[in-house]
Design a binder for this molecule. Structure first.
Ligand code: IPM
Ligand code: MG
Length: 352
């Protein structure tokens, strides 16, 4: 089969890890007789430097017209000036909004041989297999008003946490549907003791729960969920939550997997194109050194095959190869090893 994939390497280590995921995809294409047409575009700081905009209309249109988008990372100290009119992160948020990718799937699994790479006690980590579903196009990131103004009492900054019932419903429904292929447990995380938007969230989640009697629903407040994620993560299955809560909880959850460099993500829209990116950032401190862990991006490419291109067997092939490489001791620096970005990908390719 033929697929059009837009590649957005981005900034920092983005281009290094994306190049390795593309190599893995090329091997998959040869093995299973597919053709992947890659078109590369700029997004983030590199796009500001070149076009004066973190995401141009043309690039967004190219992404919308492709089957899926694979992204590295955006941002870096060069573009961090708080008074700048555009920032790399704005491009990423505009891309998510422009593609309508409301559901960000962030699976967190602990590979048995990496239990020692995590600072948590080994007995806490056994059997951890969590799917965090982060709402991605609403909530505190996008709510209006969002602004700065001068007032009599001083300068004021405003962000708004808002949700419409349909936004909550579609993400919670997805959580229930995905839970059916897993341990059939949904944990809905909110702050319903304080926030009105959370009380709406909990009400809708409860309604959707009644429509899925075969799946267990629990609610938890986000502060307590943050604690539970460290003290009893093996108990969690599917976790569904607001945009910013999900941002914070998934960085925390990455500690379970030993390194942030391990974790992939898939961002899905209602019908159209999906966006795939590792959950780590651009890591400017190690950019250009060729030592970044490419596994998060390689596993994101696997999720792309599964969710956007419907190539389940091929996705499983990549996931098994990563698993085998790790089992056989392949480690980049973040995992306490010595392999370069390219060597780590070579190890994965060996097991494809
Ligand atoms: C993430 C990142 C982004 C986010 C940043 C880079 C805007 O932290 O994907 O988790 O906050 O969503
Ligand atoms: Mg984040």
């Amino acid at each position: 089969m033929n697929f059009n994939i837009t590649i957005l390497p981005g900034d920092g280590i983005g281009p290094e890890v994306v190049a390795e995921a593309v190599r893995v995809l090329d091997v998959i294409a040869g093995k299973y007789n597919h053709t992947f047409h890659f078109q590369e575009r700029l997004m983030g700081g590199c796009s500001i430097d070149r076009y004066g905009s973190s995401l141009t209309d043309e690039t967004l249109a190219d992404c919308q017209a492709s089957d899926s988008v694979l992204l590295g990372a955006v941002g870096g100290p060069k573009w961090d000036d708080p008074s700048a009119s555009d920032r790399p992160e704005r491009g990423l948020l505009a891309l998510r909004k422009g593609l309508g990718v409301f559901a960000n799937l962030r699976p967190v699994k602990v590979h048995p041989t990496l239990i020692d790479a995590s600072p948590l006690k080994p007995e806490k980590l056994e059997g951890v297999d969590i799917l965090v579903i982060r709402e991605l196009t609403g909530g505190l990131y996008f709510g209006q008003p969002k602004m700065r103004e001068m007032t009599e009492r001083g300068e004021r900054g405003v962000d708004t946490l808002e949700y419409y019932d349909f936004e909550v419903r579609r993400i919670v429904e997805l959580a229930f549907n995905l839970a059916k292929g897993r341990k059939k447990k949904v944990l809905s995380v909110d702050k319903a003791n304080v926030l009105e938007s959370s009380r709406l969230w909990r009400q809708i989640a409860t309604q959707v729960g009644k429509e899925h009697p075969d799946v267990t629903l629990e609610h938890q407040l986000v502060d307590s969920a943050a604690m539970k994620l460290i003290t009893g993560p093996a108990w969690m299955d599917v976790v569904v939550t607001e945009n910013m809560f999900g941002d914070i909880l998934t960085d925390e959850a990455s500690v379970l997997a030993g390194s942030m460099g391990m974790l992939p993500s898939a961002s899905l829209s209602e019908s159209g194109v999906g966006l795939y990116e590792p959950i780590h950032g651009s890591a400017p401190d190690i950019a250009g050194k060729g030592i970044a862990n490419p596994v998060g991006t390689i596993l994101s490419a696997a999720m792309m095959l599964r969710y956007s291109l419907k190539l389940e067997e091929e996705a499983g092939c990549i996931e098994r190869a990563v698993n085998d490489a790790i089992t056989n001791g392949a480690r980049t620096a973040d995992l306490g090893g010595m392999l370069s970005t390219r060597q780590m990908a070579d190890e994965v390719i060996k097991y494809l």
